[in-house]
Design a protein around this ligand. Structure first.
Ligand code: NAD
Ligand code: ZN
Length: 367
């Protein structure tokens, strides 16, 4: 079958394709064989979580098997807690027990948690084996499955351990979005709206229309458009050196601090990023000449996906600021803050001071 979209990520020897379409899972084996230059034999593992595994394991496993591969299934508990060193070790041990060799590969089937964890296991097992991402959440399809950032958390902070390890293939099957719980579905749109804000004003109408689709599997064009934005940024700055990749932090500087200050599970990542975007839009109005109507355009989209825009009384300003000061994104205390001049035109600024950030946090505080 031909996928609706094929997006080539050109990174020299680490290049790969992202395929977007409906019903791709049932064809996993042949897409994998194609990505591996015609290979149709050998051991592999499928890593998935306790929510996604029961829904989609069979389709992926039987397709790989009928192509000629011999998959072993590895299940991890659903949830962010699985992004840990101990879980990475468990996955690696199960890979060793499955008698993988250096020619074997891993398939990460699930949301961003599975993608980051399994990608990291693939990066360190035998000092790196190839892997395939099969993202099943909005966040994973438009963001985490593309770009090669893998890793796990530590009690001292999120994503503190990890490495760059690009996948060999990404299969984004939009039919899987149908089973995603509503809250997780909506939070993914914070990243979609972020992409429009940094690079693609033309996407605003599509996002607006997406708010009222009944069948989520109709979102392939929108998902592919987001992947193209992420891909362009990654191709310009694969390992976050030139600063281009930092644009993806739009809304995240304050958003991350809100997420960690709100207490575990109170706000999903995308919900915290939504408030972070509101704060970043406030600062963009102040420093970047962003018009009120452009700010309103993005705020209106966030509202359409029922994402929060203000801080509740249970999140303390001092905690948010302290979390920001600990953030690994701040090089030697210098604040590099992503601002937008207009929808689709973001840049990294060094103009923003701590007192501006305090002001922005106050601006998103509910009265
Ligand atoms: N590597 C990167 O560049 C990058 C970028 C963004 C986010 N991330 C990471 O991604 C993670 C968040 O990803 P996420 O939001 O996908 O979280 P997640 O993987 O925890 O998925 C959210 C929930 O939805 C369930 N789920 C996923 N797909 C489903 C489906 N199709 N049907 C039913 N249930 C489904 C999961 O089991 C989980 O309970 C975070 O750890 C974050 O740090 C990484
Ligand atoms: Zn994010």
């Amino acid at each position: 079958m031909t996928p609706d979209h094929r997006i080539h990520i050109d990174l020299g020897a680490r290049s790969y394709d992202v395929l977007v379409g409906r019903g791709l899972l049932a064809e996993t084996g042949s897409f994998v064989a194609e990505a591996f230059g015609g290979k149709t034999r050998g051991a592999c593992v499928i890593v998935s979580d306790s929510n996604v595994g029961p829904l989609y394991r069979d389709a992926v496993e039987s397709s790989l098997r009928s192509t000629g591969f011999t998959p072993t299934f590895i299940k991890v508990p659903a949830g962010e807690a699985s992004k840990s060193m101990s879980c990475a070790e468990t996955v690696c041990r199960q890979m060793a027990q499955a008698e993988l060799d250096r020619g074997s590969f891993l398939v990460a089937l699930g949301g961003g948690v599975v993608g980051d964890l399994a990608g990291y296991a693939a990066a360190i097992f035998f000092r790196g084996i190839p892997y395939v991402q099969i993202p099943t959440s909005v966040v994973a399809q438009v963001d985490s499955s593309v770009g090669g950032k893998t890793g796990v958390n530590m009690p001292e902070g999120k994503n503190l351990i990890g490495c760059f390890h690009q996948p060999r293939l990404v299969l984004a099957d939009v039919e899987t979005l149908r089973s995603l719980p509503d809250r997780e579905y909506r939070e993914g749109f914070a990243e979609v709206i972020k992409h429009a804000g940094i690079r693609d004003a033309g996407m605003v109408e599509m996002i607006d229309a997406a708010a009222s689709v009944d069948d989520r599997s109709e979102l392939g064009d929108l998902i592919a458009r987001n992947i193209r934005i992420k891909a362009a940024v990654v191709m310009e700055d694969e390992q976050e050196r030139s600063g281009t990749r930092a644009l993806l932090n739009f809304g995240h500087t304050i958003g991350h601090a809100i997420e960690s200050s709100a207490g575990y599970g109170a706000l999903l990542h995308g919900e915290a990023i939504s408030i972070g975007l509101a704060a970043a839009l406030h600062l963009s109005r102040k420093f970047a000449g962003l018009s009120e109507s452009d700010a309103t355009t993005l705020i209106t989209l966030l509202k359409k996906f029922e994402l929060p825009l203000t801080l509740g009384p249970d999140v303390d300003d001092a905690l948010i600021l302290a979390a920001m000061r600990r953030d690994k994104k701040f090089d030697a205390g210098e604040i590099r803050f992503v601002l937008a001049r207009a929808v689709g035109d973001a840049y990294v600024s060094d103009q923003v001071t701590w007192s501006d950030i305090e002001e922005a946090v106050a601006a998103v505080r509910a009265d």
